[in-house]
Design a protein around this ligand. Structure first.
Ligand SMILES: C[S@@+](CC[C@H](N)C(=O)[O-])C[C@H]1O[C@@H](n2cnc3c(N)ncnc32)[C@H](O)[C@@H]1O
Length: 240
């Protein structure tokens, strides 16, 4: 795993964060050091997905990046097809290599598609959105979520993990401070944290937890439950 040094040097101008080749090459390290309990979140997604997967259906990972989540489901005892969608060809290239490296032998398709444009979800028992919705422009989120909900079979589930905002500004500030403390403990410098924050400013747009719950309800999910929470990170399980 290459170490994430993307923001280690002082930049004259910090551009928008891009899921390009440079990011793809260090993405595993970036997520492990930047997302609290990343490995545990992946494990939980695998555990939940295994209980909702149905023979003859599809499991979608929307914004699949390096296909890390598919590897959690390698030994799933169900006849399913794995479909990973991501807008970044560079991420998918690394994802494909990752699957090959781990001898992933299940039927799968990796599609390079923009989730803000037209994409298809069909015959799905499970849809996974691990830290992806926050990159879909708010204006597009309702239409996006309707497509996901409509493509899920009855009793199918959506597993959604997001960075979230608090509606109380004091808690918001504290949670973000605790989050940056985690990044420091994981070896990121003040400069790296500041430059990454700037790069993500217009790209990663978190909702409040209640806004995400309302979005899911509007899209037609009948039940929404929090399964993971760490300060400004939250996992939601939504049932159709
Ligand atoms: C934080 S990463 C997701 C991490 C991954 N789900 C995991 O479990 O490790 C966000 C991913 O969403 C993808 N993405 C962002 N906006 C997108 C869009 N509009 N359409 C498709 N993919 C998008 C990025 O290319 C990136 O790979």
């Amino acid at each position: 795993m290459s170490s994430d040094q993307l923001f280690a040097e002082k930049k004259d101008l910090v551009g928008n964060f891009a899921f390009d080749r440079d990011a793809a090459l260090v993405f595993d390290d970036m997520l492990t050091r930047s997302v609290p309990f990343y490995a545990e979140i992946q494990r939980m997604i695998g555990e939940i997905a295994a209980d909702f997967a149905v023979d003859g259906t599809n499991i979608y990972d929307l914004g699949c990046s390096l296909c890390t989540t598919f590897l959690q489901l390698q030994r799933l005892e169900r006849e399913v097809t794995f479909i990973g969608i991501d807008a970044s060809a560079e991420m998918l290239e690394q994802g494909r290599q990752n699957l090959d490296h781990h001898h992933f032998s299940r039927p799968y398709h990796l599609l390079c598609q923009d989730l803000e444009q037209s994409f298809t979800v069909e015959n799905a028992s499970v849809a996974i959105l691990n830290l992806t919705l926050q990159f879909i422009r708010p204006l597009r989120r309702d239409a996006f979520m309707r497509t996901v909900a409509e493509g899920l079979n009855k009793n199918g589930c959506l597993i959604l993990v997001e960075k979230v905002l608090s509606d109380e500004s004091l808690l918001n500030r504290l949670f973000i401070k605790y989050y940056y403390e985690l990044k420091k403990r994981n070896g990121y410098s003040e400069l790296e944290i500041a430059q990454k924050r700037e790069a993500l400013e217009n790209v990663l747009i978190p909702y409040q937890l209640c806004e995400n719950e309302e979005l899911l309800q509007r899209a037609g999910f009948r039940s929404v439950e929090v399964f993971f929470k760490w300060y400004n990170f939250c996992g939601l399980l939504a049932l159709k």
